[in-house]
Design a protein around this ligand. Structure first.
Ligand code: ADP
Ligand code: MG
Length: 312
């Protein structure tokens, strides 16, 4: 069965032409991406990779230089309005009318999308995003976290089939993060396609079923999460000793261990193997005295290295 794409992007390019003296910036280079209907899709990449540029093109906020963008089967060049109605976009930058209350903001956008009164979900959305206490407050008087909630609420008023979130958890508190993910997961379960950008590897790993990685405006990986697991499963154990380590003990040689400096070693392992207990036992038997233990998750950089190695 061929699943229809919620979003289909073909040979998309974006060049920013800066002011007189700055050179043009190729922010997106020949992007091809299919986002399947019903998926929870993660677009992962470091700062400056081009994530927001891509999202803003989908939202109709930034003009593409060339290429094709099809949202819910609608070519944005043929019917910009209809394609806009199929998605809800939560931009990275907070843009709210400072003099509208939360409820007024949501009603205004429901009107913009021509949602008839009897179909409006204003109260439901206010409740879902825990905004009831603040529904009468003007946007300019809300805290950063509250503004972020309104921004998300605003993207939901027309019950879009596709919800696009541009780094919604950068700088928000843990409570909001947890509530937000619970809510978005639920939307996805009920059939909404989710496109999420993030520079947090763990976030993408936890939430998404498909992950594409963008770096310097190019897609460098696009796979099921499982295929990325090889890279995500790696972890490092760093052990410090009270005494100087000159050579690796024989018993550790079969592990991917190396000497970091005179007092510490690092051992790479697969999380799924869960070998820490065993390693510590081995080290104790060697008569070495441990003064500190820490572990390190792979970061984006490590994943990039892994992917590049895989390809070469
Ligand atoms: P990300 O969201 O992944 O951090 P962006 O899409 O915001 O990345 O930016 C991609 C690149 O394009 C960066 O190098 C950024 O400096 C540049 N850029 C973004 N917006 C503009 C703009 N309006 N004018 C010129 N350059 C821009
Ligand atoms: Mg961004």
């Amino acid at each position: 069965m061929v699943t229809k794409s919620a979003i289909s992007i073909k040979s998309l390019n974006k060049t920013y032409h800066g002011f007189k003296n700055s050179s043009p910036k190729n922010a997106l280079i020949d992007i091809n991406l299919e986002i399947p209907q019903g998926s929870f899709f993660g677009l992962l990449g470091p700062n400056g990779a081009g994530k927001s540029t891509l999202i803003n093109i989908l939202a109709g906020l930034t003009k593409k230089t060339s290429g094709k963008v099809i949202i819910d089967g609608i070519d944005v060049d043929e019917d910009a309005r209809a394609s806009k109605f199929a998605i809800g976009v939560v931009p990275q930058e907070v843009v709210l009318d400072p003099f509208f209350s939360v409820r007024e903001t949501l009603d205004y956008y429901a009107g913009y999308y021509s949602v008839p009164q009897e179909k409006r979900r204003t109260q439901e959305i206010i409740d879902a995003l825990h905004l009831s206490d603040k529904s009468g407050v003007n946007s300019r008087r809300l805290s950063g976290g509250m503004k972020r909630r309104v921004l998300i609420a605003k993207a939901l008023v027309h019950s879009p089939k596709i919800l696009v979130l541009d780094e919604p958890t950068a700088g928000v508190d843990v409570e909001l993060r947890t509530q937000l993910w619970e809510y978005v997961r639920n939307l996805n379960k009920n059939g909404t396609t989710i496109l999420l950008t993030t520079h947090y590897l763990e976030e993408a790993e936890e939430l998404c079923d498909k992950i594409a990685i963008i770096n310097h405006g190019k897609i460098i990986a696009n796979e099921n999460k499982k295929s990325l697991m090889g890279a995500l499963d790696q972890k490092q154990l760093i052990i410090k000793f009270s005494d100087k380590i000159h050579t690796l003990p024989e018993t550790l040689k079969k592990y991917a261990a190396e000497i970091l400096d005179e007092n510490s070693i690092s051992i790479s392992y697969r999380k799924s193997d869960d070998p820490i207990g065993k390693l510590i036992e081995i080290i104790k038997k060697e008569g070495l005295n441990i003064t500190d233990l820490s572990t390190k998750e792979p970061d984006l950089e490590d994943v990039f290295k892994h992917l590049v190695n895989q390809k070469s």
